[in-house]
Ligand binder design. Structure first.
Ligand SMILES: Cc1cc2nc3c(=O)[nH]c(=O)nc-3n(C[C@H](O)[C@H](O)[C@H](O)COP(=O)(O)OP(=O)(O)OC[C@H]3O[C@@H](n4cnc5c(N)ncnc54)[C@H](O)[C@@H]3O)c2cc1C
Length: 384
């Protein structure tokens, strides 16, 4: 059930997936319960992931990365979620989202300053868009960055920020010109070491994703040098977000597909062992029908995500298709994990069974990275 193939995979990517599977099993799975209990991965784990090439796989070697492309990121992300290592490690935000912003939009100097440290794990990266008063409606953000003397001075707060407790670099979405609407949005790289006025709030307690830290962040007259303005020109932030959000949604599509595959495999294994009324759970017709449905949904999702990655590699993944993938896979992953949890009976409600974690984690996919309603709104705009 774990044997999968994407149309864009070659022998080298097959070897990468094998290596990642071994790494996840040996270096992540054993620590996952502890990470979940403490609410974050060990800081040292970022260095370990850097050593094996798990970070910044698609970043060119000249910027310290591994010289791959999005296929490498996709395989690394997929294997993390397919393995029992699961969700604690926020590499998808760090490598598959943040590094992409810096590579695609950063100045040459920013790429050389930040990406090599991100590839080794010396610098953990987060992206901070959401605020207490603005999530789906990104244009409503209130965090400002005003030029005072030689620096930008950042004021505001951010909410629900993945990697927020550990981040050394935060791509903060701000308003450099609050009167200019979308054209007044800029992204600033805030380096958190020795950064007066920057404060991390609580590591928020969540329904799922217990081992992935999610934070409130506060900026109180934080001085940021103009060299840290992503791309070097003000007012580019909204365009940068619009360009890169399809990749973020594609990553969530990959995670949802891996989750469904894992849920199916775990449930087949559980139902094959579970005696019930003189048979095995897997022999009951209801179980067989439910698992047949799950397998079908997982396969359809696989084909769709496979095609979307191929389109992304060709530079042809449009906002609408990424939105379709994101909402549909997110909802299927939640439905599939719900079905699989039910087939586990009481065991499915116990956190020692992975299905309960997959169920609570998959609930998030309908919210983060643009909610289901936001995705449908984007799609509907193309219709009328
Ligand atoms: C665990 C976790 C990790 C996260 N990580 C990050 C991160 O790293 N960085 C970051 O910036 N953000 C992050 N987020 C925030 C996430 O992206 C937002 O929660 C999400 O965009 C929704 O915004 P909101 O919570 O403000 O809800 P709201 O925008 O207030 O939405 C409330 C409801 O209104 C619905 N709605 C929205 N638009 C419409 C519409 N047009 N029509 C009808 N209904 C609509 C929504 O779907 C939702 O049901 C994270 C969130 C979570 C839970």
């Amino acid at each position: 059930m774990f044997d999968y193939r994407f149309s864009w995979m070659d022998e080298e990517l097959g070897m990468l997936s094998d290596a990642m599977r071994s790494f996840v099993a040996a270096e992540m799975t054993p620590h996952e319960p502890r990470w979940m209990a403490q609410g974050h991965v060990d800081r040292d784990f970022w260095y370990k992931a850097g050593e094996v090439g798990m970070l910044c796989a698609s970043i060119p070697e000249e910027y310290g990365g591994h010289g791959g492309d999005f296929r490498h990121e996709a395989v690394i992300c997929y294997e993390q979620y397919l393995g029992r290592g699961h969700s604690s490690f926020g590499n998808s935000v760090h490598s598959q989202i943040c590094a992409g912003y810096i590579l695609d939009h950063g100045t040459e100097e920013q790429k050389r300053r930040w990406l090599p440290k991100m590839a080794t794990g010396e610098m953990v990266c987060a992206i901070a868009m959401t605020e207490p008063g603005a999530g789906s409606d990104l244009q409503a953000i209130r965090t400002t960055a005003r030029m005072e003397g030689n620096d930008y001075v950042v004021n505001g707060s951010k909410l629900y920020i993945t990697n927020g407790q550990q981040a050394d670099l935060i791509l903060v979405v701000t308003k450099t010109d609050p009167a200019a609407g979308a054209r007044g949005v800029s992204i600033l790289g805030v380096e958190t070491a020795n950064c007066p006025g920057f404060r991390r709030g609580r590591n928020l307690d969540k329904l799922g994703m217990k081992g992935q830290d999610t934070s409130e962040l506060f900026f109180d007259n934080v001085r940021v040098p103009p060299e840290n303005l992503l791309g070097g020109a003000e007012g580019q932030g909204f365009g940068q977000l619009m360009t890169n959000l399809p990749q973020e949604r594609l990553v969530i599509g990959l995670i949802g597909c891996a989750t469904m595959r894992r849920a199916l495999a775990d449930t087949v294994a559980f139902a094959s062992d579970r005696p019930l009324f003189g048979k095995r759970l897997i022999d009951m017709q209801n179980t067989r029908f439910k698992l047949a449905e799950v397998r079908t949904i997982a396969e359809v999702a696989h084909v769709f995500v496979d095609q979307c990655v191929a389109r992304h590699l060709a530079g042809e993944l449009d906002t609408t298709t990424a939105a379709m993938l994101k909402w549909w896979v997110a909802e299927q992953a939640f439905g599939v994990t719900n079905t699989c949890l039910q087939l586990h009976g009481g065991a499915g409600y116990m956190t020692e069974y992975n299905i309960s974690n997959m169920f609570s984690e998959s609930r998030l996919y309908q919210i983060a990275g643009g909610s289901t309603e936001t995705m449908k709104d984007l799609i509907a705009r193309t219709l009328a």
